[in-house]
Design a protein around this ligand. Structure first.
Ligand code: KG4
Ligand code: ZN
Length: 351
């Protein structure tokens, strides 16, 4: 056992693999601490304005071994120090998932260690339980059960009632587009490259969020809808360009601030409703869109406005990463929830 890491002998070391969409990622975690977290993003999709599934699978195939190798090296451990391998079983793109699942199965068999299947959406929520040690030995705070988690990514928008590490219930979700798609499709209409969410965030910082009002969907309960907003945004830009072909360039910041404000308000209003209905004021954000500064600020304001205890993950654990797969794997390891070698990925996977 060649290692210079003192955590190795005392702790559970898990190698985690994430390959559900367009990030090839591997991480090593030791209990609830991250030893390494490597992400190889796939630039190839930028040329097409969205993720091309077949290109994603091929890029995963190329990158998986170097990424795992780097994760082990950065963690300072050898593969013989691993206690289990966790991987994303779904939801995601089938061809992309297959690469990670096949790699995890083969590596676990070669090392004769257990396999742990992880639900990608559950992992986004559990990213909140990755612990960091502050100077002086104090640990980063974690949400108390039960809490509400708004999980907002490129493929999903969910309000999750989290009763325990592995006890979660989706109490609201999108009926059509996800919040990330609403950002990315709006960006595409503005001629911005994929993924456009971070660019809208960037331009919105200089703009007036009330410059251009957009309609709010009237969906009962805790569910969301973003397709109507997308259509009205498309028509708004189309009509404005007929009158002035330079409209987007002249008003980019105000347009981005206005669409961002509308998406954030749609999300916030539903989470407020969920908090009122359940009486829960412990509220967390998760998923790629939780990197959005407008959303983060709107949630942080709720501390003063409604006494919420707000949890927002560090940026590196908001967008897709393998550390979150590792922490989910750790909680399953503690319960002895292992997968067999006959496991297959699932493009659609609920919890
Ligand atoms: O969780 P994630 O990395 O991947 C999925 O599981 O889908 O989320 C990706 C989504 C994309 O739609 C991307 O545009 C969005 O998160 N996103 C943002 C920001 N950063 C990432 N959207 C708005 N503002 C951001 N700063
Ligand atoms: Zn994700």
């Amino acid at each position: 056992m060649l290692t210079n890491n003192p955590a190795v002998s005392k702790f559970t070391n898990i190698l985690a693999i994430e390959s559900s969409c367009d990030e090839t990622a591997a991480a090593v975690i030791s209990n609830d601490h991250v030893l390494s977290n490597i992400i190889a993003s796939q630039a190839v999709h930028q040329f097409y304005g969205g993720v091309i599934p077949e290109l994603a699978s091929r890029a995963h195939q190329q990158k998986i071994i170097p990424v795992v190798d780097e994760a082990l090296r950065k963690a300072g451990i050898s593969e013989n120090d691993l206690d289990a391998i966790a991987f994303t079983r779904g939801p995601g793109l089938m061809g992309a998932l297959l690469v990670g699942v096949s790699f995890a199965k083969a590596f676990a068999m070669a090392l004769d260690i257990p396999l742990i299947e992880v639900n990608h959406m559950q992992a986004h929520v559990l990213a909140h339980f990755i612990r960091k040690e502050f100077p002086g030995g104090k640990l980063s705070p974690v949400p108390a059960f039960p809490f509400l988690c708004l999980t907002v990514s490129g493929g999903h928008t969910q309000i999750v009632l989290v009763k325990g590490h592995l006890q979660m219930e989706v109490i609201g979700q999108t009926l059509d587009d996800a919040a990330g798609e609403a950002f990315d499709k709006s960006a595409k209409i503005l001629g911005l490259p994929y993924p456009g969410g971070p660019l809208i965030d960037k331009y919105a910082k200089e703009g007036n969020p009330h410059a251009f009002p957009f309609p709010f969907p009237q969906i009962p309960g805790l569910d969301f809808s973003f397709s109507g907003l997308k259509t009205s945004f498309l028509y708004f830009i189309r009509d404005a360009l007929v009158k002035d072909s330079g409209f987007i360039e002249k008003n980019k910041a105000d347009i981005c601030a206005s669409i961002q404000y509308t998406i954030v308000e749609i999300l916030l209003r539903k989470v407020k409703k969920a908090s009122e209905q359940t009486g829960i004021t412990e509220v967390a954000l998760a998923g790629g869109v939780s990197a959005n500064s407008g959303l983060r600020n709107a949630f942080l304001k709720m501390k003063d406005e409604a006494g919420w205890n707000v949890f927002i993950p560090p940026f590196e654990y908001c967008t897709d990463n393998a550390a979150m797969i590792g922490i989910a794997g750790y909680y399953k390891f503690l319960k002895g929830e292992f997968a067999g070698q006959n496991i297959t990925p699932l493009a659609r996977l609920n919890f």
